[in-house]
Design a protein around this ligand. Structure first.
Ligand code: GLY
Ligand code: MN
Ligand code: MN
Length: 463
């Protein structure tokens, strides 16, 4: 068994040991999706399925039983389809290639699953992640019941498999961390390419558009062997940076404005997620630099708060404390109306310019799975009324960070023109985002292949 295969086999064994006596788990890969007529969207496997198999073909489903056996259903060998669509592993080769105990054609799933479910205590599958799966499970259970007169017992319990797999996926093992470091390095190189292209073209008097910079990102991702972007790249020139989910489009990148790029590649199933904000021409103006340095200081506070034993919300709270004081000092918020930094935090006045959280889990999915609540403390509920919306917010104790968790640290400031907001800051949007692996003593920033300090960005854009 190859190293890769044994990693997946170990994960399946661990999962099997958590299913409880007589438990059985069903994990399909993602469906293929039609784009138009006979063209499909590029296929991307299901992350849970891939985590347990490393198998990237469509049309597959994994079954694991508590005794540790795993059965794969996959596309059958078919010369004609392989001529058109490409190589298929096929059930005969699957056990040796993937380390599963048995494999069958996916066309036998409906016939074979009821037999596998027979006499099981509980069936586990991912809830609310695959359209139609719950209905298919119902169908298979129905087929088991139909065999009651032959002595078949039907599972009486259905459990959400995500509760087990999300916890496993939350802690990244050494193999996963190595892939994520490499994905981050590729993405960092892509950001540098885009920054340098912007300055080079403007220096040459050429017209720059957002898509020119997007092209640099895509080039570097593919050039370095990444399969595709981990999410829709944001390349936002000028005021577009204040649109949080803006996509790379056609807007001109103007001399004197900032560009915000939020982009990361996916490598071998794992995402990276980097944001940098830089002056299109390579030199920050005074007001841009003032806001940039504030966001960076808030990120440094968040990084310092990220370590094993801290809570997931600690980096966010550290960010907000720095931003709140900075917004008062720079005059974004009026001290005579907003009061002290503590008032700004309690009244959430900073929300006008900073309306998202400071991070999220990162892994196979860019917004990766894993509960943000500490599992042993879910019952410790407190409630408060949100000062802005008036909504009742239920708080539960935030997750305690542990070594091997991976999260982003991504504070920002977005200044939409509004009465009382100094004009010098209007339409400036800044975010700085890095990816961090939690360690015993702090965190490892794996995305710093592209610098964050304003001076260093200016230097590399001069190069
Ligand atoms: N690129 C998505 C995010 O930063 O969360
Ligand atoms: Mn992010
Ligand atoms: Mn991002």
């Amino acid at each position: 068994m190859s190293l890769q295969t044994s990693i997946h086999a170990q994960r399946r064994a661990r999962l099997a040991s958590m299913l409880g006596e007589g438990g059985i788990a069903i994990i399909p890969t993602a469906p293929e999706r039609q784009r138009n007529r006979d063209s499909d969207f590029l296929f991307r496997h299901d992350s849970y399925f891939y985590y347990l198999t490393g198998f990237t073909e469509p049309g597959a489903c994994l079954v694991i039983t508590a005794d540790g056996r795993s059965t794969l259903f996959c596309q059958p060998k078919d010369l004609e389809r392989e001529i058109w669509d490409g190589y298929r592993l096929g059930p005969a080769a699957a056990p040796a290639a993937l380390g599963v105990d048995a494999a069958h054609s996916i066309s036998e799933l409906d016939a074979k699953l009821p037999r596998l479910l027979e006499n099981s205590g509980a069936v586990w599958y991912p809830f609310a992640t695959h359209n139609g799966l719950a209905a298919r499970v119902e169908g298979w259970l129905n087929a088991v019941r139909a065999r009651a007169r032959y002595g078949a017992l039907c599972p009486a319990v259905q459990n959400d498999l995500c509760t087990l797999l999300d916890e496993m996926r939350l802690i990244k093992d050494a193999h996963e961390q190595a892939i994520m470091r490499r994905a981050s390095a590729i993405s960092a190189g892509a950001h540098i390419r885009a920054m340098q292209r912007s300055a080079r073209m403007l220096r040459a008097g050429e017209e720059v558009r957002e898509y020119h910079l997007d092209a640099e990102l895509l080039y570097e991702f593919r050039q370095q062997g990444s399969q595709y972007p981990a999410y829709g790249s944001i390349v936002a020139a000028g005021a577009n940076a204040c649109v949080l989910h803006y996509r790379a489009d056609t807007a001109p990148v103007r001399d004197g404005e900032l560009v915000l790029i939020d982009a990361g590649c996916e490598l071998d199933g794992y995402a990276s997620d980097i944001t940098r904000t830089f002056p299109a021409n390579g030199r920050f103006t005074g007001p841009q630099r003032a806001l940039y340095d504030l966001v960076l200081a808030s990120q440094e506070a968040a990084v310092a708060a990220t370590r094993a034993g801290a809570r997931f919300t600690d980096p966010h709270d550290a960010t907000v404390a720095v931003l709140a004081q900075g917004m008062l000092d720079l005059g974004l918020l009026d001290k005579s109306k907003a009061g002290t930094a503590q008032d700004v935090i309690e009244q959430r006045a900073y929300f006008q310019f900073y309306m998202h959280r400071t991070g999220h889990w990162l892994g196979m999915d860019v917004h990766d799975c894993g509960s943000y609540v500490e599992p042993g403390e879910v019952g410790q509920v407190s409630q408060r009324t949100d000062p802005l919306s008036g909504e009742l917010i239920t708080n539960r104790p935030s997750r305690v960070l542990r070594p091997g968790m991976v999260l982003t640290i991504e504070p920002g400031i977005y200044v939409r023109p509004a009465p009382g907001v100094p004009e010098a800051f209007h339409n400036i949007g800044i975010r700085i985002e890095d990816d961090a692996i939690v360690t015993e003593s702090g965190c490892e920033l794996i995305t710093r292949g592209v610098p964050v300090k304003a001076d260093e960005i200016e230097a590399l854009m001069r190069a």
